[in-house]
Design a protein around this ligand. Structure first.
Ligand code: XMP
Length: 513
């Protein structure tokens, strides 16, 4: 089935995939293409609209990325964002110059005033915050264009030529800081381009499955499944595409949360794939015995993981493709450009070097986390897997302070489960981005029944964050904390004291180790 298509023409801006994501969010299929894409190729895609992205250059610099002027004669609506807006002005008879004083150079949140008669701002408030990031300035707007938004510093924040369907905005509607930014993009798509909203994540799934089948052919595929959202969704997608050609290796290092290994295994039982679960608890615990230094724990687990995975891969023999659950934020974090810089997930440092394969497939590479979750639902993965909070590769090892034993891991597993269970019962998951228990290495005196106890202190940790780089501790209602505390000391042997961690990040980190 074919869909209406929007082309996001990439001029090198940092938010380009975010623009694509907003278009998808509005129910319209879109592809990001380099600015060098030929006019013939653009025409062949039969787009209903084109969006020029931002970019770091100045349009008046002869070396800057340019659009083929023919693009303005295709009769297709164009929305230019930041650099893209200046490109429209520059090409159609306007003049863009470097801002000479600070007032014309805008950066950050800016109060902006809109003309809601312009289709772009139809039905939206006349005033709001936009996110600006530009050092150049449109000194002269092209003939035929109207000014439809302004800020206190700048009279031409938005330009439009409604007869030709050309629109430009100086600010970034795609970032969250811009109020009603997505609504503006939706207006461009629906009011200007005549979008019907004929695309869903279900369509993405179908397209991705077709692409994987084409690429893989009759080849063999290997995937290291961690049980986290990304690798699970990638596995489900490839399972749906090539079924029995896929082998998923799931290394259970024994430091997973309660029932996690079984849940992951159960979720994949509906596909006809080779699912290899390696129960390596003993092996990991032996290696970790007596080790209390956090970085050393991480290193041991990382190395042991590779060893186990490698042994399994050897049994399977040569494979053609290795699947990785890299998602778009990983790509940004790795500083990757067009080239495939692979971020090793879950501390599986350098995994590809140890496995004999021809090529890496990263089917989620262009998706954001919430889109990955949505795709997981489309593939029929259970909600508990799709909505799973981040869990560090070394697992509970870095939540048991000091040395690790099976007894401690079991205590922590149960306490952590109780915490999550009470959070779920109180319907608080939406306000807590990551929450877990930490078994401190401290023991203190307590009284239980008529006897004295000398047992462990357990810490609860919960953070509210959007990027996990900074985080605030969650204000969990006292009655919920109380229920968690009462249950843990009653149900988990050898824990007699519960504390709640009320530090933000920074100065603390989210994990304790
Ligand atoms: P911190 O503790 O650095 O954690 O504030 C930030 C986020 O990263 C996760 N984390 C890890 N993930 N391997 C991982 O795969 C690790 O060694 C690791 N350490 C921390 C942490 O759970 C949080 O989401």
């Amino acid at each position: 089935m074919s869909h209406q298509t929007v082309i996001v023409l990439d001029f090198g801006g940092q938010y380009n995939q975010l623009i694509a994501r907003r278009v998808r969010e509005c129910g319209v299929y879109c592809e990001v293409k380099p600015y060098t894409t030929s006019i013939e190729a653009i025409r062949a895609m039969n787009p209903i609209g084109i969006i020029f992205t931002g970019g770091p250059n100045s349009v008046y610099d002869p070396a800057s990325p340019q659009a083929d002027p023919e693009i303005f004669r295709l009769g297709i609506p164009i929305l230019g964002i930041c650099y893209g807006c200046q490109l429209i002005a520059h090409n159609l008879g306007g003049r863009v110059v470097a801002a000479t004083d600070d007032s014309a150079r805008e950066y950050g949140k800016t109060e902006t005033y809109f003309d809601t008669n312009c289709k772009l701002f139809k039905g939206l408030p006349e005033q709001g915050i936009t996110w600006m990031s530009h050092g150049d300035y449109m000194e002269k707007v092209p003939d035929g264009f109207a000014l439809t938004a302004r800020s206190d510093a700048c009279p031409n924040v938005a330009i439009c030529d409604e007869t030709r369907g050309f629109y430009g905005v100086q600010y970034h509607p795609e970032v969250n800081h811009t109020q009603h930014g997505t609504d503006m993009i939706r207006n461009f798509l629906y009011e200007v381009c005549g979008a019907k909203g004929d695309w869903t994540m279900g369509d993405y799934k179908e397209t991705a499955i077709r692409a994987i089948r084409e690429k893989v052919g009759g080849g063999r595929v290997l995937l290291a499944l961690s049980g986290g959202v990304d690798s699970s969704v990638a596995a489900a997608l490839v399972a749906e595409a090539v079924g029995s050609q896929l082998t998923c290796v799931f290394v259970d290092h024994g430091l997973m949360r309660l029932d996690e290994g079984d849940e992951v295994e159960a979720a994949f039982s509906k596909w006809d794939i080779h699912f290899v679960r390696v129960n390596a608890e003993d092996q990991f615990l032996i290696k970790l015995a007596g080790v209390s230094e956090p970085e050393r724990k991480r290193k041991i687990i990382g190395e042991e993981f590779i060893r186990v995975f490698e042994a399994e891969a050897k049994k399977i023999g040569a494979v053609d493709y290795l699947v990785q659950g890299t998602i778009y934020p990983d790509v940004i974090e790795s500083g990757a450009g067009d080239a495939a810089v692979i971020k090793s997930h879950h501390n599986v440092g350098g995994l590809p070097d140890y496995v004999d394969f021809k090529e890496i497939i990263e089917p989620l590479r262009m998706l954001f986390k919430d889109e990955v979750r949505q795709l997981g639902r489309e593939l029929g993965l259970p909600e508990y897997l799709v909505m799973r909070q981040p869990f560090p590769g070394p697992g509970l090892a870095i939540r048991i302070i000091g040395d690790i034993t099976k007894e401690k891991a079991d205590m922590l597993r149960l306490a952590d489960f109780i915490f999550r269970d009470e959070v779920a019962k109180a319907h608080l998951e939406g306000t807590m981005n990551q929450y877990f228990a930490v078994l401190t290495n401290m023991r203190s005196v307590g009284v239980m029944g008529d006897g004295r106890t000398y047992d462990y202190t357990l810490a609860l940790r919960s953070v509210t964050t959007s990027d996990f780089m900074t985080a605030d501790w969650t204000r969990i209602p006292y009655d919920v904390l109380d229920r968690v505390s009462v249950r843990i000391v009653n149900e988990v042997p050898h824990i007699n004291r519960i504390v709640y961690d009320i530090t933000s990040k920074p100065p603390a980190t989210i994990e304790w180790e």
